[in-house]
Design a protein around this ligand. Sequence first.
Ligand code: TXA
Ligand code: MG
Length: 340
Amino acid sequence: MSAERRQVNPGVPADKLPPVTDIDRAVQLLKAGRLVAFPTETVYGLGADATNPAAIERIYRTKGRPPTNPLIVHVPSIDAARRCVTDWPEIASRLAGHFWPGPLTIVLPKSPVIPDNATAGLKTVGLRVPNHPLALHLLRAFDGPLAAPSANRSTHVSPTTAQHVREEFPHPADEPALILDGGPCTIGIESTVLDLSTGTPTILRPGQIGPDQLEPLIGPVRQPAQTSTAATPATSPGQQEIHYAPRTKTFRFDTSQRGMILPDDNGIIVLSPLRIYKEWGSIIAMPNDPVEYAQHLYAVLRKLDLMNLQTIYIEMPPNQPQWAALRDRITRATRPLPKI
Ligand code: TXA
Ligand code: MG
C-alpha cells in the first residue's frame, strides 16, 4: 500500500496520504457531479466540480446556502488559477507567488470556465491554492477547479476536523458522498478574501494574512468596516451578521462589561482570551496567542454547543490588528450582550 501511495505524490510522506483508492474514488465522484469534503489548512471544504453547474447547485442545496453567497474556487497552481480568470494583474502574481499555497483568496474577473451559479451571478471569482497535502493531491488528481465552501450547514460553525463534517451531515446516504480525513486544520479559521477586481485591493473577509503582510508587497489595502448589520446591507456577499454561529444562545461582551455577566446563570461558559476569572463557575481560558486561539475556536464552539447550555458568553479579544480576524468571526457568531 505505501509503495502505491508514494507513487501518487512523491513530495508528501506516504503516511500523510490516504490510500490511493480514496483519492481515486473522490475524483470519480467529483467527475460524476457529487460532493466530496476535503481538508484544507483553514477549514474543511465541501468540494464540487467548479465547472459543473449541477454540482454547484448541489452544494447550495446541501448547505442550505443562500444563492446570493458566492463560492471560493480551489486550484492546485497559479497556472490553473489563471485559466479561471479573464485578467491576471501583476499584483496577483506577486500575491500568489508569496502566499500560495496558503490562506489567501483573491477575487478577479471570472472566465466563462466558471459557471455563473458558482459566483452567485457575480462577474468575479474568488480563487485560492490551499496549503494542505491532501487537498493539493486531490486537486492535481482531479485536474480541474473545485468549488469548496466550508463543509457546514449555512450560518453554522465551520468544521476543522473530519468528525465535525460528519456531525454536520450525519446521514451517510446523503451528501457529501465522501469525506477525506486529513486531521485537524492547522489554521482553523477561513482564508483572507482580497478583492483585486476594483481600484484599491480590498479585504472582504479578514483572515490570518492581514494588511501588515499584504501592504509591503502590494501597497495600500482597504479594510472596510467589519460586520454588516440588518440595517446596513452587506458590503460583500455572504458577509451576513450572523454566521459561523453555535445553535446555543451566544453573547459577546467586552472586558468593561464583565459586571453584567451573572455567574449563577444556568450553564454560563466564558471564553476568555487573556484572563481567567476565578470567581466564575465554568470558564474556558483560550490561548493568548491569536494563531493558537484560531486553531481552537471552532472546535470549542462546537463542543459547547453539544453541552445543552442555556447561554454561552464570549469575551471579545483585544481590539488590535492581530486579533481582527477572530473579532470578525466572534462578532458574527454572537449577539451583543443585552442591555440590563
Ligand atoms: O478558507 C476558506 O476560504 C475556506 C476553505 C474551504 O478554503 N472556504 C470558505 O468558503 O470559507 P466559503 O464559501 O465559506 O466562503 C466564501 C466567501 C463568501 O461568503 C464571500 O465572502 C467571499 O468568500 N467570496 C467568494 N467569492 C467572492 C466574490 N466573487 N466576490 C466577493 N466575495 C467573494
Ligand atoms: Mg463558510
